[in-house]
Design a protein around this ligand. Structure first.
Ligand SMILES: Nc1ncnc2c1ncn2[C@@H]1O[C@H](COP(=O)(O)OP(=O)(O)O)[C@@H](O)[C@H]1O
Ligand SMILES: O=C(OP(=O)(O)O)[C@H](O)COP(=O)(O)O
Length: 403
């Protein structure tokens, strides 16, 4: 894999450098609640700009449906990037159209532009190779070289991640190099006990990871939206909680395999349940009740770990020599549902083991809830990406940078 240092040594002045970043930051309307992913790509953007490149930064944000949607505009992220760089950052209101072409053509050496959300174009995420390829061709027309630095998206076989690097000389940016360097340590001989904590909302994406983790981890703690498919698979009532119904048979098999192989699979014993999903804008009191995890009332949904589960998970993390945590334990964005996430973060802070937190929202949670980032071994910008890396899978966005 060629790195950005090789590109800098070859000389990049006057060249258009396309940086595929992951600027998928959490937003409250148009205000960014955590800019960690923007800060994470700064070393790459700065190095290219200082070397005189014309830097074109591209990213997805959220999951728009292949067409422009103002709620998912990258404009706030572009503005924040400009503030952090201390320089004007141009913004193109489309990704490959007239605005992007004119914006890129207007760049001088050392200037930076951001183009609009890649996922406003159906070709970005298409499963059809030709459709993705056609979009990648249009992206390629904007640049001379490609720098892959969107670690959080390297597990996606998307046009800007997988097809575009094949069309341009390609290099890995500093963030990807750092992330892979740290995560590699968890794929070699890991210090045991190795405990993995999984939560969050991207349940369908991440349930499959457990299949592999069962052969690697000594203990797996399940929380967040992930937990309810497990509780349902055990035959419990989960009310209106998040459920991945089609995954129940797979989850039942995971539970059986864990029992047979001696992997400790730990599920919540109590949860905080509300009558509805809380209002994250007003943060109006949600008045949840603590209920047993095997008897969530039909009109309620589990939205955080309960107090007994918080204690249980802290005890299960206390003796870990290695911890990997992805996915908040509850809807931490609301103060009534933040305790489960806080308890896991606190247990990692107190841990004597090597601790890794991964994921856009998990990393944001740690910072928003006031934890000191330096108290963790590593905070990864990618959740799904780091999980799939730990599974030993070939990640499209890394494979594409290899040759
Ligand atoms: N029980 C739950 N029900 C619904 N959403 C949940 C629940 N627990 C956590 N979440 C949500 O999960 C989201 C983060 O999930 P995810 O994107 O998978 O994590 P990450 O970005 O760290 O990989 C948060 O916005 C949080 O509100
Ligand atoms: O937020 C992300 O992943 P993560 O929630 O697993 O950390 C990445 O930006 C990838 O986004 P996606 O899961 O919509 O492809």
């Amino acid at each position: 894999m060629k790195t950005i240092d090789e590109l800098l040594a070859e000389g990049v002045a006057g060249k258009r450098a396309f940086v595929r970043a992951d600027l998928n930051v959490p937003l409250d309307g148009t205000s960014i609640t955590d800019d960690g992913r923007i800060r994470a790509v700064l070393p790459t953007v700065k190095a290219l700009a200082e070397a005189g490149a014309r830097v074109v930064v591209a990213s997805h944000l959220g999951r728009p449906k292949g067409a422009p949607d103002p709620a998912f505009s990258l404009e706030p992220a572009a503005a924040r990037l400009g503030e952090l760089l201390g320089a004007d950052v141009a913004f193109a209101t489309d990704t490959v159209g007239e605005s992007a072409q004119a914006t890129v053509a207007g760049l001088s050496d050392g200037q930076v532009a951001v183009v609009e959300n890649l996922r406003f174009n159906a070709g970005e995420t298409s499963k059809d190779d030709a459709e993705r390829g056609a979009f990648a061709d249009r992206l390629a027309a904007l640049a001379d070289v490609y720098v892959g630095d969107g670690f959080g998206a390297v597990h996606r076989k998307h046009a800007s991640v997988y097809d575009l690097p094949a069309r341009l000389p390609h290099y890995a940016g500093y963030l990807i190099a750092t992330e892979v360097g740290v995560l590699k340590k968890l794929t070699d001989e890991v210090a045991r006990p190795y405990v993995v904590a999984l939560g969050g909302a991207k349940v369908s994406d991440k349930l499959a990871v457990i299949d592999q983790l069962l052969g690697k981890a000594d203990r797996i703690l399940i929380g967040g939206g992930m937990a309810y498919t497990f509780l349902k698979a055990k035959g419990y009532e989960i009310g209106k909680s998040l459920l991945q119904e089609d995954q129940i048979p797979a989850v039942q098999e995971y539970i059986e395999r864990a029992e047979k192989t001696g992997v400790e699979l730990v599920l919540p014993v109590d949860v905080l349940a509300g009558t509805e999903f809380p209002d994250l804008k007003t943060k109006a009191p949600a008045n949840p009740t603590t209920v047993a995890a095997d008897a969530i009332p039909a009109d309620r949904q589990g939205l955080d770990n309960g107090p007994e589960t918080c204690k249980l998970y802290a005890s299960k993390l206390a003796d870990a020599a290695t911890v990997f945590w992805n996915g908040p334990m509850g809807v931490f964005e609301h103060p009534d549902y933040a305790e489960g996430t806080k308890a896991v973060a606190q247990a990692l802070v107190e841990s004597k083991g090597f601790t890794v937190v991964g994921g856009g929202d998990s990393a944001a949670a740690v910072r928003i809830l006031g934890f000191d980032e330096t108290a963790f071994g590593h905070i990864s910008t990618g959740g799904g990406a780091s999980l799939e890396y730990l599974e030993g899978k070939t990640l499209p966005g890394l494979a594409a940078l290899e040759d």
